[in-house]
Ligand binder design. Sequence first.
Ligand SMILES: [Zn+2]
Length: 133
Amino acid sequence: MASKKLTAEKLQYFEELIRKELQESMQYIENINKEQSVGARESSGDLSSYAYHQADQGSDTNYMEHTVMMMESEREKIRLLNDAMRRIQDGTFGNCEMCGELIPDTRLQIIPYATLCIECKEKMETKKRKQRR
Ligand SMILES: [Zn+2]
């Protein structure tokens, strides 16, 4: 099982890819944080803007909920990307956690933090579906 490994070049390529995605995700969260602190400053004190915000509150709440959801999924992605980075360091990156086979490059290019090959992922999903019934 241990004989199947990604080449050093490929590992380097995916390390770059993961680092880039990590940066993008962190930038995204940073932007939202900035946006929210600006919004909080604008709505403090000024009564006319308060009234405006009151009228618009419904959609504001939806927007906030949406933003919180996006941030949650982005944070989860960061966690998964950090895990993938750790697997690159300890040399287990690219191997399926269930069968130990190499995960195809094409899959890793789309989801660099994937831990299962397509076959095992499908098996897992079928199992989950069955459990739900
Ligand atoms: Zn597998």
